[in-house]
Design a protein around this ligand. Structure first.
Ligand SMILES: [Zn+2]
Length: 319
């Protein structure tokens, strides 16, 4: 690994001192970080990227995730050690536009091994569908791509597009194991197709198409399956929703026969409970899958997506 790192560092034309420092840091952490020998050293930004890297990389990769379980990804601050680790990575998988700290660190690292998942599918702006800017989402950032909804992994079809792109780029990075990466990608895409079919079938006949959520993460999912996501004002999960929006949600819920206010596991359920109490709706969990913890309703992407489907079917009155 050390030899490979030298050959990668030289073309960056970084100051010689930086090269030496990089080497020192690498050797010092070698025992701890690089114990997997010949495996591809992969850094994933947060859970949806980690899952793709693990599923497609299989036993040819050793995946480190920058976002620890239970941490809201957009709040992430990187440690100097994590930032240094980016320079050692053989392959970095991230989603630009959701974690400014990661975007900045990757830019600074000048890594030529980073893959932006947002470039492997098409992003859309769901701002208007969730009621305009004031009901926007916490992951909206200024600058490049502002307004684009990053929650692509909650749509199995878009996630499959990203999976194919990740598979292709892993083949390029590590051609020796290309056949395995292709096989793993095909298997994952097949499972995502099956999941898509389960959602299509499960949500086809429902009493209502509208669901209310504190975290407007389900724009792509709603669009894919003909549903309407009503996000509650207060982009910060801890923020109080405005009385006007609660009134609006009340009206929408009555009109659309919505039954449930969804909240997520990584944030407080206070907003959901307040709104549910004010509108006479139930509360339930719809997991945006931004991290897996002990509280998650499932141990991996597929299990949580299945519980999300069950929760949606119940809330929408699936027949
Ligand atoms: Zn989110």
């Amino acid at each position: 690994m050390t030899v490979m790192n030298v050959s990668r560092l030289i073309p960056t034309t970084a100051v010689a001192g930086a090269v030496v420092l990089g080497l020192t840091a690498c050797s010092a952490s070698d025992a701890a970080d690089h114990k997997n020998g010949d495996k591809l050293n992969v850094v994933a930004s947060f859970y949806p990227m980690q899952f793709l890297a693990e599923q497609i990389g299989g036993n040819h990769v050793s995946v480190t995730t920058l976002t620890k379980p239970g941490v809201e990804p957009h709040d992430l601050e990187l440690t100097p050690r994590q930032i240094g680790g980016l320079g050692d990575a053989d392959y970095i998988l991230y989603l630009k536009g959701i974690q400014p700290a990661v975007d900045d660190a990757i830019k600074l690292s000048e890594s030529t091994h980073s893959v932006d998942a947002a470039k492997l599918t098409t992003l859309e702006d769901h701002g208007t569908e969730t009621g305009g800017d004031e009901h926007g989402h916490e992951h909206e950032h200024e600058g490049e791509g502002a307004g684009a909804d990053p929650h692509i992994w909650l749509d199995p079809v878009k996630y499959a597009e990203v999976a194919k792109g990740v598979g292709a780029s892993l083949e390029k990075t590590d051609p020796g194991h290309a056949a395995d990466y292709r096989k793993n990608t095909d298997a994952l895409v097949k499972r995502l197709d099956t999941l898509n079919t389960a959602y299509e079938t499960g949500l086809r006949n429902t009493a209502t198409k509208t669901f209310v959520t504190t975290h407007s993460a389900f724009g792509y999912l709603a669009e894919r399956y003909g549903l309407v996501q009503e996000g509650i004002a207060g982009i910060d999960p801890e923020a109080e929703p405005s009385p006007a929006r609660i009134q609006e949600i009340h009206t929408i819920a009555e009109k659309s026969k919505a039954t449930t206010v969804f909240f997520e596991t990584l944030a407080s359920d206070k907003t959901a409970k307040t709104v549910a109490a004010d509108t006479g709706l139930r509360t339930d969990v719809l997991d945006p899958l931004e991290g897996i913890t002990d509280k998650s309703k499932g141990d991996n992407y597929f299990e949580v997506m299945q519980s999300n489907l069950a929760a949606l079917q119940k809330a929408l009155g699936a027949k």
